[in-house]
Ligand binder design. Structure first.
Ligand code: SAM
Length: 273
C-alpha cells in the first residue's frame, strides 16, 4: 500500500479538506472542483460501492489499519496525517479519523429517475442539510423509488447530508427539478397522484388517502420547507392535501424528517409488491 505522509496542514495536496465547517467556503470549493466529502469508514466504503471515483483519501495514522484494504485498492492518493494536522486542516477534532474526497457525477434528469418509479418523495425548499440527509435515509431505508428536489433544496452530497444519511444519498436515485413553478407537471404527465403533506386544516388522514388510491397507483408525496411548509402553488397543484394526524398538546406540526419517515412507511406498507 502506497501512502503519503503529510505534516503541513497548509500543503496544497490537502486543499480538498480545508475548513469543513465553513459552509460558504465549502459550497464554492466543492462546486468549483466538482467534489464531495465522505466521512468515516462506513460512509467511505458505501461511496466506493456506489461507484463514485475518489480524488484522494485523508486518514489519521490511527485509522490507517481499518481502511488498509481500501487504501491499497483505490486509484487515488492516500494521505496520512497526525491527528493535530487533521484538526488544523478541517477545523475540528476528526475523531472518525477518515475522510475521502470524491468526484461528483452529473445528476440524472427527473424523467430518468421517474421512469419505472411508483413511489416518489418530492421536497420543496428543504434547506437544512441535516434534514435532507435524514429524509434520504428514510426514503432509501423504506424503499421509496426516487426523490425529487425543488431547485432551492439543500445539496444531498454536502458533507452534513452525506453524514446524516449514513451514505444513503449514494444509493437513493434522485434528481433536481429545473423549474419550481411548473416542476410538478412532469409528475402529473407521468400519471403520478400528488399527495401534499400538510398539517393544516382541510387535509385528510394520509393512511385513508393512500388506501383510497390503491396499491397500483403512482404516488408522489410532497413535503414542504422547514418554516412555512408547502407553498400555495404546490398545494394548489396537488390532488389531495393529507396529514399525519396529530394529538395536539400544543404541537402544530412535526419536523419535516419525522413527517417524511411516517409518510414513506405508510406508502410502502400499502404496497404488498
Ligand atoms: C415543519 S413543517 C412546516 C409547518 C408549517 N407551519 C405548515 O403548516 O406546513 C415542514 C413540513 O413537514 C410536513 N409535516 C409536518 N407535520 C405534518 C403533519 N402532521 N402532517 C403532514 N405533514 C406534516 C409538511 O410537509 C410540512 O410542509
Amino acid at each position: 500500500m502506497d501512502t503519503i505522509e503529510v505534516a503541513d496542514p497548509a500543503d496544497d495536496r490537502l486543499a480538498d479538506y480545508v475548513r469543513l465547517r465553513d459552509v460558504n467556503l465549502r459550497r464554492s470549493l466543492e462546486a468549483e472542483h466538482g467534489l464531495f466529502m465522505a466521512e468515516g469508514e462506513k460512509v467511505i466504503r458505501r461511496a466506493l460501492r456506489a461507484g463514485f471515483a475518489p480524488r484522494s483519501l485523508l486518514l489519521t495514522r490511527r485509522r490507517l489499519a481499518a481502511l488498509a484494504d481500501v487504501a491499497a485498492a483505490v486509484d487515488a492518493p492516500v494521505y496520512v496525517v497526525a491527528e493535530e494536522v487533521a484538526e488544523a486542516l478541517v477545523g475540528f477534532d476528526l475523531h472518525r479519523g477518515a475522510l475521502a474526497s470524491f468526484h461528483r457525477r452529473p445528476l440524472p434528469a427527473p424523467a430518468e429517475v421517474l421512469a419505472g418509479a411508483r413511489r416518489v418523495v418530492v421536497l420543496e425548499d428543504v434547506v437544512d442539510h441535516t434534514n435532507v440527509g435524514a429524509i434520504f435515509r428514510s426514503a432509501a431505508g423504506l424503499g421509496v423509488d426516487a426523490v425529487l428536489l425543488s431547485p432551492r433544496c439543500a445539496d444531498p452530497l454536502y458533507r452534513r447530508s452525506v453524514k446524516v444519511s449514513m451514505g444513503a444519498v449514494f444509493a437513493q436515485p434522485y434528481a433536481r427539478l429545473a423549474d419550481w413553478h411548473g416542476g410538478l407537471g412532469e409528475l402529473r404527465d407521468r400519471g403520478f397522484r400528488l399527495l401534499a403533506l400538510t398539517p393544516g386544516p382541510g387535509s385528510v388522514p394520509l393512511a385513508r388517502a393512500v388506501a383510497e388510491l390503491g396499491p397500483d397507483a403512482r404516488v408522489a408525496l410532497l413535503l414542504g420547507t422547514e418554516g412555512d411548509g408547502l407553498s400555495a402553488r404546490w398545494l394548489d397543484q396537488a390532488d389531495t392535501a393529507v396529514r399525519v394526524p396529530m394529538a395536539g398538546r400544543d404541537v402544530d406540526s412535526l419536523n419535516v424528517t419525522a413527517a417524511a419517515a411516517i409518510a414513506c412507511y405508510e406508502l410502502v406498507r400499502a404496497d404488498p409488491g
